[in-house]
Design a protein around this ligand. Structure first.
Ligand code: APR
Length: 342
Protein backbone atom coordinates (compact mmCIF):
# COMPACT_ATOMS: atom_id res chain seq x y z
CA UNK A 1 0.00 0.00 0.00
CA UNK A 2 0.95 3.65 -0.32
CA UNK A 3 1.81 5.44 2.93
CA UNK A 4 3.36 8.73 4.02
CA UNK A 5 6.31 7.69 6.18
CA UNK A 6 7.54 9.87 9.03
CA UNK A 7 11.32 9.71 9.35
CA UNK A 8 11.76 12.14 12.25
CA UNK A 9 11.54 15.84 13.05
CA UNK A 10 12.70 18.29 10.41
CA UNK A 11 12.16 15.89 7.51
CA UNK A 12 9.23 15.91 5.08
CA UNK A 13 6.96 12.87 4.96
CA UNK A 14 7.94 10.34 2.29
CA UNK A 15 5.11 8.87 0.23
CA UNK A 16 6.20 5.34 -0.61
CA UNK A 17 5.10 1.69 -0.85
CA UNK A 18 4.98 -0.33 2.38
CA UNK A 19 3.47 -3.77 3.12
CA UNK A 20 -0.31 -3.69 3.68
CA UNK A 21 -0.98 -4.79 7.29
CA UNK A 22 -3.14 -7.85 8.03
CA UNK A 23 -5.90 -7.76 10.65
CA UNK A 24 -5.28 -10.11 13.58
CA UNK A 25 -8.00 -11.53 15.83
CA UNK A 26 -10.27 -8.73 17.06
CA UNK A 27 -8.99 -6.24 14.48
CA UNK A 28 -10.34 -4.58 11.36
CA UNK A 29 -8.38 -3.51 8.30
CA UNK A 30 -9.74 -0.12 7.25
CA UNK A 31 -9.34 1.32 3.75
CA UNK A 32 -8.78 4.96 4.67
CA UNK A 33 -11.23 7.38 3.02
CA UNK A 34 -9.80 10.46 4.72
CA UNK A 35 -7.66 11.54 7.65
CA UNK A 36 -7.71 15.00 9.24
CA UNK A 37 -4.48 17.03 9.19
CA UNK A 38 -3.91 18.11 12.78
CA UNK A 39 -1.64 20.57 14.61
CA UNK A 40 -0.51 17.71 16.87
CA UNK A 41 1.45 16.26 13.95
CA UNK A 42 3.43 19.49 13.69
CA UNK A 43 4.86 18.75 17.15
CA UNK A 44 6.43 15.60 15.70
CA UNK A 45 7.28 17.10 12.32
CA UNK A 46 8.70 20.44 13.43
CA UNK A 47 9.29 20.54 17.18
CA UNK A 48 11.26 17.39 17.98
CA UNK A 49 8.45 15.80 20.00
CA UNK A 50 9.15 12.07 19.67
CA UNK A 51 6.51 9.56 18.64
CA UNK A 52 6.17 6.50 20.89
CA UNK A 53 6.63 4.24 17.86
CA UNK A 54 10.10 4.68 16.44
CA UNK A 55 10.27 6.18 12.93
CA UNK A 56 9.91 5.22 10.18
CA UNK A 57 6.22 5.13 11.08
CA UNK A 58 2.90 6.47 9.83
CA UNK A 59 1.27 9.54 11.41
CA UNK A 60 -2.45 10.46 11.22
CA UNK A 61 -5.04 10.11 13.99
CA UNK A 62 -8.34 11.39 12.51
CA UNK A 63 -9.44 8.65 10.11
CA UNK A 64 -12.62 7.44 8.49
CA UNK A 65 -12.91 4.67 5.95
CA UNK A 66 -14.38 1.39 4.79
CA UNK A 67 -13.86 -1.96 6.51
CA UNK A 68 -11.73 -3.96 4.06
CA UNK A 69 -10.67 -6.95 6.15
CA UNK A 70 -12.17 -8.50 9.26
CA UNK A 71 -10.01 -10.33 11.82
CA UNK A 72 -11.04 -13.58 13.55
CA UNK A 73 -13.76 -13.26 16.15
CA UNK A 74 -14.97 -9.82 15.08
CA UNK A 75 -18.72 -9.52 15.17
CA UNK A 76 -20.89 -6.55 14.13
CA UNK A 77 -18.58 -5.45 11.30
CA UNK A 78 -18.37 -6.74 7.76
CA UNK A 79 -16.38 -5.75 4.70
CA UNK A 80 -17.81 -2.61 3.11
CA UNK A 81 -19.02 -1.04 6.38
CA UNK A 82 -18.44 2.71 6.73
CA UNK A 83 -16.38 3.30 9.85
CA UNK A 84 -14.86 6.01 12.02
CA UNK A 85 -11.81 5.48 14.23
CA UNK A 86 -11.28 7.47 17.41
CA UNK A 87 -7.93 9.25 17.71
CA UNK A 88 -7.09 7.37 20.90
CA UNK A 89 -7.63 3.74 21.87
CA UNK A 90 -8.31 2.91 25.51
CA UNK A 91 -7.39 -0.24 27.46
CA UNK A 92 -10.71 -0.76 29.23
CA UNK A 93 -9.16 -2.19 32.41
CA UNK A 94 -7.16 0.58 34.14
CA UNK A 95 -8.72 2.48 37.05
CA UNK A 96 -9.80 5.44 34.92
CA UNK A 97 -11.38 3.22 32.27
CA UNK A 98 -13.20 1.28 35.01
CA UNK A 99 -14.75 4.47 36.41
CA UNK A 100 -15.82 5.75 33.00
CA UNK A 101 -13.01 8.24 32.43
CA UNK A 102 -11.50 6.43 29.45
CA UNK A 103 -10.29 9.74 27.99
CA UNK A 104 -7.59 9.75 30.68
CA UNK A 105 -6.83 6.02 30.31
CA UNK A 106 -3.45 5.11 31.84
CA UNK A 107 -2.58 2.93 28.85
CA UNK A 108 -3.94 5.02 26.00
CA UNK A 109 -2.68 4.25 22.52
CA UNK A 110 -2.88 6.96 19.89
CA UNK A 111 -3.00 6.37 16.15
CA UNK A 112 -0.05 7.98 14.43
CA UNK A 113 1.95 8.04 17.67
CA UNK A 114 2.00 4.71 19.57
CA UNK A 115 0.89 2.73 16.51
CA UNK A 116 0.79 3.41 12.78
CA UNK A 117 -1.84 5.95 11.81
CA UNK A 118 -3.88 6.74 8.75
CA UNK A 119 -1.79 8.83 6.38
CA UNK A 120 -1.87 5.65 4.31
CA UNK A 121 -4.20 3.60 2.14
CA UNK A 122 -4.95 1.20 5.00
CA UNK A 123 -4.87 1.24 8.79
CA UNK A 124 -5.48 -1.49 11.38
CA UNK A 125 -7.89 -0.83 14.26
CA UNK A 126 -9.27 -2.91 17.13
CA UNK A 127 -12.94 -3.67 16.47
CA UNK A 128 -13.80 -2.71 20.07
CA UNK A 129 -12.83 0.92 19.34
CA UNK A 130 -14.23 1.16 15.80
CA UNK A 131 -17.50 3.02 15.22
CA UNK A 132 -20.12 2.67 12.53
CA UNK A 133 -20.65 5.81 10.49
CA UNK A 134 -24.23 6.28 9.24
CA UNK A 135 -24.97 6.86 5.53
CA UNK A 136 -26.04 10.48 6.17
CA UNK A 137 -22.57 11.45 7.44
CA UNK A 138 -20.24 12.15 4.50
CA UNK A 139 -17.44 9.58 4.63
CA UNK A 140 -14.50 11.91 3.95
CA UNK A 141 -15.58 14.88 6.04
CA UNK A 142 -16.74 12.49 8.77
CA UNK A 143 -13.06 11.81 9.52
CA UNK A 144 -12.72 15.05 11.47
CA UNK A 145 -15.26 13.90 14.07
CA UNK A 146 -12.48 11.81 15.61
CA UNK A 147 -10.59 14.76 17.13
CA UNK A 148 -11.65 18.21 15.93
CA UNK A 149 -15.25 17.58 17.03
CA UNK A 150 -14.90 15.03 19.83
CA UNK A 151 -12.42 17.05 21.91
CA UNK A 152 -14.62 20.17 22.15
CA UNK A 153 -17.72 17.99 22.63
CA UNK A 154 -16.21 16.50 25.79
CA UNK A 155 -15.09 19.96 26.93
CA UNK A 156 -18.52 21.55 26.43
CA UNK A 157 -20.85 18.73 27.46
CA UNK A 158 -18.93 16.81 30.14
CA UNK A 159 -16.39 19.22 31.61
CA UNK A 160 -18.22 22.52 31.05
CA UNK A 161 -21.62 20.92 31.71
CA UNK A 162 -23.08 23.61 29.47
CA UNK A 163 -26.87 23.81 29.64
CA UNK A 164 -29.46 25.47 27.43
CA UNK A 165 -29.59 29.18 28.24
CA UNK A 166 -26.08 29.35 29.71
CA UNK A 167 -23.84 32.26 28.85
CA UNK A 168 -20.63 30.85 27.43
CA UNK A 169 -17.40 32.50 26.32
CA UNK A 170 -14.92 30.71 24.05
CA UNK A 171 -11.38 32.11 23.96
CA UNK A 172 -9.70 31.06 20.70
CA UNK A 173 -11.66 30.18 17.57
CA UNK A 174 -9.12 27.96 15.84
CA UNK A 175 -9.66 24.39 14.72
CA UNK A 176 -10.79 23.25 18.19
CA UNK A 177 -12.33 26.47 19.52
CA UNK A 178 -14.66 27.01 16.55
CA UNK A 179 -16.22 23.64 17.39
CA UNK A 180 -16.54 24.56 21.06
CA UNK A 181 -18.52 27.55 19.72
CA UNK A 182 -20.79 25.44 17.51
CA UNK A 183 -21.35 22.68 20.09
CA UNK A 184 -22.12 25.14 22.91
CA UNK A 185 -24.58 26.87 20.56
CA UNK A 186 -26.05 23.49 19.54
CA UNK A 187 -26.82 22.60 23.16
CA UNK A 188 -28.60 25.92 23.58
CA UNK A 189 -26.05 28.29 25.11
CA UNK A 190 -25.58 31.95 24.18
CA UNK A 191 -22.01 32.12 22.95
CA UNK A 192 -19.51 34.97 22.96
CA UNK A 193 -16.44 34.18 20.83
CA UNK A 194 -13.06 35.80 21.49
CA UNK A 195 -10.14 35.84 19.05
CA UNK A 196 -7.52 38.23 17.71
CA UNK A 197 -8.14 37.49 14.02
CA UNK A 198 -11.21 39.17 12.47
CA UNK A 199 -11.72 36.31 9.97
CA UNK A 200 -11.95 33.85 12.87
CA UNK A 201 -14.58 36.00 14.54
CA UNK A 202 -16.61 36.10 11.33
CA UNK A 203 -16.42 32.30 11.17
CA UNK A 204 -17.47 32.07 14.82
CA UNK A 205 -20.65 34.01 13.96
CA UNK A 206 -21.36 31.55 11.14
CA UNK A 207 -20.93 28.69 13.61
CA UNK A 208 -23.40 30.11 16.14
CA UNK A 209 -21.72 32.84 18.21
CA UNK A 210 -24.17 35.58 19.20
CA UNK A 211 -21.43 38.07 20.04
CA UNK A 212 -17.75 38.35 19.21
CA UNK A 213 -14.90 40.20 20.91
CA UNK A 214 -11.61 41.07 19.23
CA UNK A 215 -9.09 40.59 22.04
CA UNK A 216 -6.59 42.84 20.26
CA UNK A 217 -8.95 45.78 20.48
CA UNK A 218 -10.33 45.08 23.96
CA UNK A 219 -8.29 45.69 27.06
CA UNK A 220 -10.67 44.33 29.72
CA UNK A 221 -12.59 41.45 28.15
CA UNK A 222 -13.95 40.52 31.59
CA UNK A 223 -15.66 43.91 31.92
CA UNK A 224 -17.20 43.62 28.44
CA UNK A 225 -18.39 40.06 29.14
CA UNK A 226 -19.84 41.00 32.54
CA UNK A 227 -21.78 43.81 30.87
CA UNK A 228 -23.01 41.57 28.04
CA UNK A 229 -24.08 38.78 30.41
CA UNK A 230 -25.30 40.76 33.39
CA UNK A 231 -22.65 39.61 35.85
CA UNK A 232 -20.42 37.11 34.11
CA UNK A 233 -20.48 33.94 32.05
CA UNK A 234 -21.66 30.60 33.42
CA UNK A 235 -18.88 28.76 31.61
CA UNK A 236 -15.77 29.93 29.76
CA UNK A 237 -13.41 27.87 27.61
CA UNK A 238 -9.75 28.57 26.97
CA UNK A 239 -8.86 26.93 23.67
CA UNK A 240 -5.50 28.57 22.99
CA UNK A 241 -2.98 27.34 25.57
CA UNK A 242 -1.73 30.61 27.04
CA UNK A 243 -1.53 31.56 30.76
CA UNK A 244 -2.80 35.11 30.06
CA UNK A 245 -5.93 33.88 28.28
CA UNK A 246 -6.56 31.25 30.97
CA UNK A 247 -6.55 34.12 33.48
CA UNK A 248 -8.78 36.22 31.21
CA UNK A 249 -11.23 33.32 30.79
CA UNK A 250 -11.36 32.85 34.57
CA UNK A 251 -11.95 36.58 35.10
CA UNK A 252 -15.07 36.39 32.88
CA UNK A 253 -17.07 33.88 34.95
CA UNK A 254 -19.83 34.73 37.38
CA UNK A 255 -20.04 33.52 40.98
CA UNK A 256 -20.37 29.75 40.80
CA UNK A 257 -19.08 29.79 37.22
CA UNK A 258 -16.56 27.44 35.64
CA UNK A 259 -13.56 27.79 33.36
CA UNK A 260 -12.54 24.84 31.20
CA UNK A 261 -8.94 24.70 30.02
CA UNK A 262 -8.75 22.94 26.65
CA UNK A 263 -5.59 24.65 25.34
CA UNK A 264 -2.23 23.16 26.32
CA UNK A 265 0.58 25.11 27.96
CA UNK A 266 3.54 23.83 29.97
CA UNK A 267 3.72 27.16 31.86
CA UNK A 268 2.34 27.92 35.33
CA UNK A 269 -0.80 30.02 35.70
CA UNK A 270 -1.58 32.27 38.67
CA UNK A 271 -5.25 32.40 39.67
CA UNK A 272 -7.08 34.10 42.57
CA UNK A 273 -7.60 31.30 45.11
CA UNK A 274 -9.98 33.51 47.10
CA UNK A 275 -12.45 33.50 44.21
CA UNK A 276 -12.21 29.71 43.91
CA UNK A 277 -13.16 29.46 47.58
CA UNK A 278 -15.39 32.45 48.23
CA UNK A 279 -17.25 32.57 44.89
CA UNK A 280 -17.16 28.80 44.33
CA UNK A 281 -15.58 29.42 40.96
CA UNK A 282 -14.18 26.34 39.31
CA UNK A 283 -11.29 25.66 36.97
CA UNK A 284 -11.16 22.29 35.24
CA UNK A 285 -9.13 20.74 32.46
CA UNK A 286 -10.42 18.79 29.47
CA UNK A 287 -8.64 16.12 27.46
CA UNK A 288 -9.90 14.25 24.44
CA UNK A 289 -13.19 12.42 24.57
CA UNK A 290 -14.64 9.22 26.06
CA UNK A 291 -15.68 6.37 23.71
CA UNK A 292 -19.15 6.47 25.23
CA UNK A 293 -19.71 9.96 23.77
CA UNK A 294 -19.05 9.06 20.15
CA UNK A 295 -22.53 7.71 19.35
CA UNK A 296 -24.04 10.98 20.64
CA UNK A 297 -21.60 13.06 18.60
CA UNK A 298 -22.23 11.03 15.45
CA UNK A 299 -25.98 11.49 15.97
CA UNK A 300 -25.57 15.27 16.33
CA UNK A 301 -23.57 15.30 13.09
CA UNK A 302 -26.08 13.01 11.34
CA UNK A 303 -28.95 15.35 12.20
CA UNK A 304 -27.03 18.51 11.24
CA UNK A 305 -26.76 19.92 14.76
CA UNK A 306 -22.99 19.83 14.38
CA UNK A 307 -21.72 20.98 10.97
CA UNK A 308 -18.74 19.19 9.47
CA UNK A 309 -18.78 19.85 5.71
CA UNK A 310 -18.23 23.58 6.33
CA UNK A 311 -15.20 22.80 8.50
CA UNK A 312 -13.22 21.01 5.82
CA UNK A 313 -11.52 23.77 3.85
CA UNK A 314 -9.02 21.64 1.94
CA UNK A 315 -8.67 18.13 0.51
CA UNK A 316 -5.27 16.75 -0.47
CA UNK A 317 -4.29 13.45 -2.11
CA UNK A 318 -1.70 11.48 -0.12
CA UNK A 319 1.05 12.53 -2.57
CA UNK A 320 0.44 16.18 -1.57
CA UNK A 321 0.44 15.62 2.20
CA UNK A 322 3.47 17.86 2.72
CA UNK A 323 1.55 20.71 1.01
CA UNK A 324 -1.27 20.19 3.53
CA UNK A 325 1.23 20.63 6.37
CA UNK A 326 2.75 23.72 4.70
CA UNK A 327 -0.73 25.22 4.58
CA UNK A 328 -1.22 24.44 8.27
CA UNK A 329 2.14 26.04 9.08
CA UNK A 330 1.19 29.18 7.12
CA UNK A 331 -1.49 30.01 9.71
CA UNK A 332 -3.81 31.16 6.89
CA UNK A 333 -6.87 32.39 8.88
CA UNK A 334 -9.52 30.90 6.59
CA UNK A 335 -8.06 27.38 6.85
CA UNK A 336 -10.13 25.38 9.34
CA UNK A 337 -9.34 21.73 8.65
CA UNK A 338 -7.60 19.99 5.80
CA UNK A 339 -8.06 16.31 5.13
CA UNK A 340 -5.88 13.87 3.24
CA UNK A 341 -7.75 11.42 1.01
CA UNK A 342 -5.40 8.46 0.30
N1 APR B 1 -6.68 35.99 22.47
C1 APR B 1 -7.67 35.44 21.72
N2 APR B 1 -7.43 34.52 20.76
C2 APR B 1 -6.16 34.17 20.52
C3 APR B 1 -5.08 34.71 21.26
C4 APR B 1 -5.38 35.67 22.28
N3 APR B 1 -4.45 36.23 23.01
N4 APR B 1 -3.95 34.13 20.81
C5 APR B 1 -4.29 33.28 19.82
N5 APR B 1 -5.63 33.30 19.65
C6 APR B 1 -6.43 32.51 18.70
C7 APR B 1 -5.80 32.34 17.33
O1 APR B 1 -6.05 33.46 16.50
C8 APR B 1 -6.49 31.07 16.83
O2 APR B 1 -7.69 31.36 16.15
O3 APR B 1 -6.54 31.18 19.20
C9 APR B 1 -6.79 30.30 18.12
C10 APR B 1 -5.92 29.06 18.30
O4 APR B 1 -6.31 28.15 17.31
P1 APR B 1 -5.35 27.12 16.56
O5 APR B 1 -3.97 27.70 16.44
O6 APR B 1 -6.08 26.68 15.34
O7 APR B 1 -5.22 25.92 17.59
P2 APR B 1 -6.20 24.69 17.82
O8 APR B 1 -5.84 23.56 16.91
O9 APR B 1 -7.62 25.15 17.84
O10 APR B 1 -5.77 24.24 19.29
C11 APR B 1 -5.90 25.14 20.39
O11 APR B 1 -6.38 23.45 21.99
O12 APR B 1 -6.45 21.14 21.98
C12 APR B 1 -5.67 22.27 22.26
O13 APR B 1 -3.40 21.52 21.95
C13 APR B 1 -4.42 22.35 21.43
O14 APR B 1 -3.40 24.03 22.79
C14 APR B 1 -4.08 23.80 21.57
C15 APR B 1 -5.46 24.47 21.65
Amino acid sequence: MKAALFHGSGKPLEVTEVPTPEPKAGEILVKVAACGVCHTDLHYLDHNVPTFKQPPMILGHEPSGIAAGIGAGVKDFKEGDRVLLPAVLTCGYCYNCRIGKENICDNMVMFGNHVDGAYAEYVIAPAKDTLHLPEEVPLEEGSIIADAISTPYHAVVNRGEVKAGDNVVVFGCGGVGINAVQIAAAVGASVIAVDIVPEKLELAKKFGAQEVINAKETERIDKVVKKMTGGGADVTFEVIGNPATIQAAFACIRKGGRTVVVGYTDKKVELPAAKIMFFEQEIVGSLGCRPVDYPKIIEMVRTGKIKIKELVTGKFPLEKINDAFDLLRSGEPTVLRSIVTP
